[in-house]
Design a protein around this ligand. Structure first.
Ligand code: HEC
Length: 140
């Protein structure tokens, strides 16, 4: 084994940065809701009309079963539409999920025009997809 020349090392570093930019990993890191969103209380029970709202508004990106594999997801650059059944999504509080649905980020649209009740029902619907069922992992 011989050490890489300084030039080669630089090329490797720039290559990594280029890859990061191309995949969007550097442009947008993990998406955090602000602290105050975490404690927002969910006073709405049930999913109401959420399934229809999902079919009409979310399915193209998040997929029929919410796994982030909708038909439009293929064409989108990262960050890809979230998998609602993942621990990463399910471990957030209702308030954090509500806040993200409300505000959006990047290609994820903001859904402020839906009523608050509808947005909470979407949160409850996403909750119902938790593969761990009732044994919800505790929010961070
Ligand atoms: C045009 C594609 C698109 C549509 C339509 C869309 N989303 Fe998203 N969604 C995304 C993308 C992309 C992300 C990841 C954004 C990021 O990480 O920056 C995302 C992330 C999310 C997250 C955050 C998960 C996390 O990372 O914590 C939630 C919740 C969510 N979407 C809910 C919805 C709901 C509910 C609808 C329909 C009312 C919807 N989305 C419609 C593309 C979409």
């Amino acid at each position: 084994m011989h050490a890489l020349s300084p030039w080669a090392r630089r090329a490797v570093a720039w290559g990594a940065i280029g890859l990061g930019l191309a995949t969007g990993a550097w442009a947008q890191g993990q998406w955090w809701a602000p602290l105050e969103a975490k404690a927002l209380a969910n006073a709405v029970s049930g999913v109401g009309n959420a399934r229809n709202l999902v079919d009409a508004n979310c399915m193209p990106c998040h997929g029929d079963s919410g796994r982030g594999d909708g038909p439009a997801a293929l064409a989108l650059p990262p960050p890809k539409p979230a998998d609602w059944t993942s621990d990463r999504v399910q471990q957030q509080t209702d308030g954090e999920i509500f806040w993200k649905i409300t505000h959006g980020r990047g290609v994820m649209p903001a859904w402020k025009h839906l009523s608050e009740r509808e947005r909470w029902e979407l949160v409850n619907y996403i909750r119902s997809l938790n593969p761990r069922g009732a044994s919800l992992p505790q929010p961070r």
